[in-house]
Structure formats: structure tokens, C-alpha cells
Write a protein that binds this ligand. Structure first.
Ligand SMILES: Cc1ncc(COP(=O)(O)O)c(C=O)c1O
Length: 378
């Protein structure tokens, strides 16, 4: 793992400290080239559906490889919200039943789940207070019961990046026969995620953050053999056995995860995502994650020593690729840093500082120097 060589693929890093991969990853020359390829295909062929579909299938295979899934277990959808909708609607709620999720679930996923079970008693939220006092596993266990049908667990929290004990929570979900949905958007691309080791039925992620692509496409892993309660109600020609059948009255559904797809995929995003995954595929995932873990530990240590307040993991969660600094006005702080070309991601009361394989100790130095200047001015 040579961060300097890896870094060289991201031109913006020559003059920018990119600490915002939890929001949008830095753009590599490969992603820019892929967009150029798309532009060329449009100029050259006018309506290049063939190359587009080839690119979409390359992305499916690349995403499957990255997650240790089979390509048939991957649906390419417009957003994580769409993926969450498809997963929850595959679950049987005919006799009622409850969804358990947590207060730190990313809103778009949490809101989609909530919208399917609108009554308060059909949705149980694991509170932040409970997670802090009991630990995440016990806090979930307290909400899971015989009527639970779906348990949703973020792999890494968007608030502070902390890694949740997914398998330990899933054990309690399995004990009552519930399905498990995992939102791994804040981890995939930097934390190794292997669906053969992870006890979940569905996993969602998007491509613009640590996967180093752009907005417009997301990935739904749907474990093979997990049956749908009903055929997907959000559908379209890309969700058909043969999209080119063109019979509007025909609602045949493939057995593969493609059944969760709907309309034309976000083609520019597919080009970018395939290129982003390609860039990452040259790294050793364990070494890359170890590098990021070291940067997170060093940042935590230095900011704590500087007297900053951090929003750390719950007792039984682990640090992820992000450090969350608590501040009275994170947007003002982010603006101050941005003026010095240090990109961070404010959310709520946190300034999120996130790391990828292209980050180095120099980035931490620049952040700490600028932060000290900001505090002096304040
Ligand atoms: C954990 C997590 N899930 C989901 C999303 C976004 O979902 P969507 O693709 O629906 O915008 C984000 C951030 O953008 C996120 O951090």
C-alpha cells in the first residue's frame, strides 16, 4: 500500500486536502477518462445503447467482486433509498409486523422504511441514548421481538463512521425469523465488506463516496435464495426477464437481483462507478483499511490532545473511516477550512473528517494547523 502512488491518480489532491470521502470521494483520472469515453461514444455512435449496457454489466460484475457476491445477486438502482424500498417490500408484513431500525440510520433509508410502516407501533427505533448506555447490541435486542419482520442495521454510521456489530445484532434478528437489511454506504470502498461473512439478506451501498464514483447509481445486494413476498411493485423494463420484450402487459420477473431494477440506469454514473471500483481493485483491501485505521487513530489522538470534543463510537462499536468533531457551528468551520482548500463534510453538530487510501499524515497536519488557527481566531 503506497499512498503516494495511489494519490497520484487524483489530480485535485495536488492542491486540495480531501477529507470528505464520506460525502463524495476525490475524482481520479480514470473516472474522468471514463466520462470522456462516454462523451466519445455519444459523439461517435449517436445512441450507443450497446456500449452503455456493456458498461452497466461491467459495473455489476465489478460491484459483485468487490462485495464477494455473485453478479446475479446485484441490482443497480438509482439510489440507496430505492434499494431500501425494494428490500422492505420483499418482506412479508401481511399479518402485521415490525421494522427495527436505529436513530442514526441515514434518513433516506430510515424514512423509506418508516413510510412502509407508517404507524408508530410498527416501527421501532433504537435510540442513541440506549446505544450509548446499553451498547448497540443490547439496545437492538431490547427492540427486537416476536413480531419483528425486518431489522435494519447501518454497517457504518453516517454521523461518525463507527462500525456497528452487524453479525451480533443479526443473531437476535434471526432468532425471531426476521430479515436483515444492512446499509453499508459509509464503508464499502474503504472497509472490507464481504457478504459471505456478513449475516444479511440485503445490503445497500452507493458509488459516490468511498467507491470513488459519482452520484446517480446505487447497488443492492439481494442474497440468492431469499424469496420475495410479492413481485417488486416498483419495476420497469430493466426489471423484466428480457427488457427488450416490450409487452407492457407482461410482468415476468427474473430470479436474479435484476428483478429490483426499474428504468434506464444512470449511465454517466455507471461509467464513473466502474472506473472508481477499478481504481480500488488494485489495492490490497486489508492493507488499505489498515492505512486508513492508522490515520483515524492519529487524528483522534491529536484532536483529543488539542482539547477538541469528538463524537466517538458506542461502547461496542469500533472506529470507522471517519472522525466526527463536535462543534457549535460545523458549517462555519467547514467554510473556514474550505477557504484553505481543506474539504470536510459538516452534518448536524459534527464536522465529519473522513479518510481514504489517498490521505496521508500531511493531511492531518494541515487540518490540525488550520483548526488551531480557527480556534485562536474564535
Ligand atoms: C449511510 C448512507 N446511506 C444512504 C445515503 C444516501 O442515500 P441515497 O442514495 O438514497 O441518497 C447516504 C448519504 O448520502 C449515507 O451516508
Amino acid at each position: 500500500m503506497d499512498p503516494d502512488r495511489f494519490r497520484a491518480q487524483f489530480p485535485s489532491l495536488a492542491d486540495t486536502t480531501h477529507l470528505a470521502s464520506c460525502s463524495q470521494g476525490a475524482v481520479s483520472t480514470q473516472v474522468t477518462a471514463a466520462l470522456g469515453e462516454l462523451a466519445y461514444s455519444l459523439r461517435d455512435q449517436g445512441a450507443p445503447w450497446g456500449p452503455w449496457m456493456t458498461e452497466v454489466e461491467r459495473l455489476r460484475t465489478a460491484a459483485a467482486g468487490f462485495l464477494h457476491a455473485h453478479p446475479d445477486e446485484i441490482a443497480l438502482v438509482p439510489s440507496a433509498s430505492h434499494a431500501a424500498f425494494q428490500a422492505v417490500n420483499a418482506v412479508d408484513f401481511d399479518d402485521g409486523g415490525v421494522i427495527v431500525s436505529m436513530a442514526s440510520e441515514f434518513p433516506s433509508v430510515g424514512q423509506v422504511l418508516h413510510a412502509q410502516r407508517p404507524a408508530r407501533e410498527q416501527m421501532r427505533w433504537v435510540s442513541q441514548d440506549a446505544m450509548r448506555s446499553l451498547g448497540v447490541i443490547e439496545a437492538y435486542r431490547a427492540q427486537i421481538g416476536s413480531s419483528t419482520r425486518l431489522v435494519s442495521i447501518p454497517f457504518a454510521l453516517y454521523t461518525n463512521g463507527s462500525l456497528q456489530p452487524v453479525n451480533e445484532i443479526a443473531k437476535h434478528a434471526r432468532a425471531v425469523g426476521a430479515r436483515v437489511l444492512v446499509d453499508a454506504y459509509q464503508a464499502v470502498g474503504v472497509v472490507p465488506v464481504d457478504v459471505t461473512q456478513l449475516d444479511c439478506d440485503y445490503l445497500v451501498t452507493g458509488t459516490l463516496k468511498y467507491l470513488l464514483g459519482l452520484p446517480g447509481i446505487a447497488v443492492l445486494f439481494a442474497r440468492s435464495g431469499v424469496e420475495d413476498h410479492q413481485p417488486p411493485r416498483m419495476t420497469g423494463w430493466f426489471g423484466r426477464v428480457d427488457p427488450l420484450d416490450f409487452d407492457p402487459a407482461l410482468l415476468d420477473v427474473p430470479t436474479s437481483a435484476r428483478r429490483f431494477e426499474s428504468g434506464t440506469p444512470g449511465i454517466p454514473a455507471a461509467y464513473a462507478a466502474r472506473a472508481g471500483i477499478e481504481v480500488l481493485s488494485h489495492l490490497d483491501p486489508a492493507a488499505a483499511w489498515a492505512h486508513v485505521e492508522r490515520l483515524v487513530a492519529e487524528t483522534t489522538e491529536r484532536l483529543t490532545a488539542a482539547g477538541e470534543t469528538l463524537n466517538g463510537p458506542a461502547p461496542d462499536a469500533r472506529p470507522g473511516p471517519q472522525v466526527a468533531l463536535v462543534d457549535a457551528d460545523p458549517v462555519a468551520l467547514a467554510d473556514f477550512l474550505a477557504a484553505r482548500r481543506i474539504v470536510t463534510a459538516p452534518r448536524g453538530s459534527n464536522l465529519r473528517i473522513s479518510f481514504h487510501c489517498y490521505n496521508t499524515t500531511d493531511d492531518i497536519d494541515r487540518l490540525c494547523t488550520a483548526l488551531a488557527e480557527y480556534r485562536r481566531q474564535a
